[in-house]
Write a protein that binds this ligand. Structure first.
Ligand code: SF4
Ligand SMILES: [Zn+2]
Ligand SMILES: [Zn+2]
Length: 512
């Protein structure tokens, strides 16, 4: 039965008539617009008291982190079917987003209302802005989704720190009954955070797990209550759709939104141009390849090609240098600073070395001690340990596509003994490499490549010195612009990043 949208019903009146209970800790429900958190909203609306809320839900705050890249139909679903309920029950909805690329830009409250009219599509700094200017795609860092941490987790935590200060709140999360592993992990992380803070910041709560509702039951519940099947909620360029949505559903959605699909493909194209390994799915292949396997995706690929023809292009000079890193053994036995490196500080010990060259006590039992192997035997020495890669990207030419690509080809043709034109294995994008190929570490590569404009010039301080030290070479091309000056460090007054509120003119939030 769909919930009544516009009027307070007798049921609601009865709830309000129940005796007031002592003020409980506030409840924060993080709404990602997907089935799980939407089902939780509906469960709360259907029976707030059973879920530990005040009958009028005055102690409930629904918070939505705006990444700026949701599919438009997810926004429309929420606008049409959920917001009328929130308005009818006067539930507070807060919409927050990043204020800019730096944490110092703070968090922007786009809307904070008990009568929300729409879900904001974007704030002043979208995830896609960040990825486009960095010339990359969403990726994992130390096993975590960096994009989600920056555009959702950090935004929500910062808002909560301002909203609640030291007051404890209940944090409701939409893990369903098949996600108990994720919930346990989340709980453990929160315990650690609470311990580190010396107080209970918040207590996580998982109503769907408590109700024993798995994904199918959740979707059915939303359908029963809202009368429409809910769509998966994730950014248009999310490569983790294996979790959020199946490949078939994702491709079907891209077909329904060819313009959005073309933007995702363009983002992947730029990322691949700068690094052949950086497709949307990394080693599992590119989105473009996947779409090309199904003839039904032809219009999407055509829209993408048309987009490439029209978009302004740039020629980027990309230089990358990867040095030697420290092995786990080195970190373990030589601590933070390795002052007297052994061969195994930068090179892996092979399993044979660990087996044969082991220190034992008088009873022959292995002793946990610093490796003593001198590495004279080649069978002991494994692969070199890769260190971090430093990348410099500089724009050296800007023109329409044909001229920009011609620039790259002409360079390779004019200096055949120095440059070689190589087409990427995954992307087919042609790059003119101008450093001799080398093996082992440190490893340096340099090329120019044509791709849609928009990537910001970027390299870390000290890059030129390191580059010259390793290659003896200078950049071949003159960059069009100086590197942007690093923004002055704002002195932190301690505490969370600032919270700003968007000014509104009528129904429009002014975000910049
Ligand atoms: S939906 Fe995907 S791309 Fe968007 S923030 Fe989450 S993990 Fe990143
Ligand atoms: Zn060492
Ligand atoms: Zn050895």
């Amino acid at each position: 039965m769909p919930l009544p949208a516009r009027t307070r019903t007798a049921v609601h009146a009865a709830r309000l008539a129940r005796p007031a209970v002592r003020r409980k800790r506030p409840t924060v429900l993080t709404w990602g617009l997907g089935a799980d958190s939407t089902a939780e909203i509906l469960m709360f609306l259907n029976d707030p008291v059973a879920h530990g809320l005040e009958p009028d839900m005055s102690d409930l705050v629904i918070v939505h982190a705006v990444t700026g890249d949701e599919f438009s139909d997810s926004l429309s679903f929420a606008d049409r079917l959920v917001l009328p309920l929130l308005r009818a029950w006067r539930v507070r909805l807060v919409q927050v987003c990043r204020g800019g690329p730096r944490d110092a830009d703070g968090v922007l409250v786009l809307d904070d209302s008990r009568a929300p009219r729409r879900i904001h599509a974007a704030g002043p700094w979208r995830l896609s802005d960040e990825l486009r200017t960095a010339g990359t795609v969403p990726m994992l860092a130390s096993g975590q989704r960096r994009c989600s941490i920056r555009f959702k987790g950090w935004v929500l935590d910062t808002w909560a720190a301002h909203e609640f200060g030291t007051e404890t709140f209940r944090r409701v999360i939409g893990y369903h009954a098949d996600e108990t592993g994720r919930a346990l992990k989340d709980s453990a992380i929160q315990d650690e955070l609470n311990t580190a803070a010396g107080r209970i910041i918040c207590e996580p709560d998982y109503p769907l797990i408590r109700a024993g509702m798995a994904r199918a039951a959740v979707e059915r519940y939303v359908l029963d209550n809202l009368g429409e099947m809910i769509l998966k909620s994730h950014c248009t360029m999310c490569p983790f759709t294996g979790v959020c949505s199946s490949r078939d559903l994702y491709e079907e959605r891209l077909r329904a939104h060819p313009a959005e699909a073309a933007r995702v493909l363009r983002m992947e194209y730029i990322s691949l141009a700068l690094n052949e390994r950086m497709s949307l799915y990394g080693p599992s292949g590119s989105l473009h390849q996947r779409l090309a396997e199904d003839g039904r995706n032809r219009p999407v690929l055509d829209a993408f090609q048309a987009d490439l023809e029209q978009t302004p292009y740039a020629v980027y000079e990309v230089r990358r240098i990867t040095g030697l890193g420290r092995t786990k053994d080195c970190r373990r036995w030589h601590g933070k600073d390795c002052t007297e490196p052994k061969w195994w500080c930068t090179q892996q010990r092979k399993p044979r070395c660990r087996r044969v060259h082991v220190i034992v006590d008088q009873d022959g039992a292995p002793v946990d001690a610093e490796p003593h192997c001198l590495g004279d035997d080649k069978r002991c020495r494994g692969a070199q340990q890769k260190g971090p890669t430093w990348r410099s990207v500089r724009t050296v030419y800007e023109a329409p596509r044909e001229r920009a690509e011609g620039f790259v080809t002409r360079f390779a043709e004019r200096y055949p003994e120095r440059a070689r034109l190589v087409a990427g294995e995954t992307s087919g994008i042609r790059r003119a490499h101008y450093l001799p190929e080398s093996e082992g570490l440190p490893h340096a590569e340099a090329f120019i490549v044509a791709a849609p404009a928009g990537v910001a010039d970027k390299q870390r301080p000290g890059f030129e010195e390191r580059w010259t030290e390793h290659t003896g070479a200078r950049p071949v091309f003159r960059p069009l612009r100086d590197l942007p000056k690093p923004a002055p460090r704002r002195r932190s007054a301690g505490g969370p990043a600032p919270l700003h509120r968007a000014k509104a003119a009528g129904n429009v939030a002014l975000t910049a």
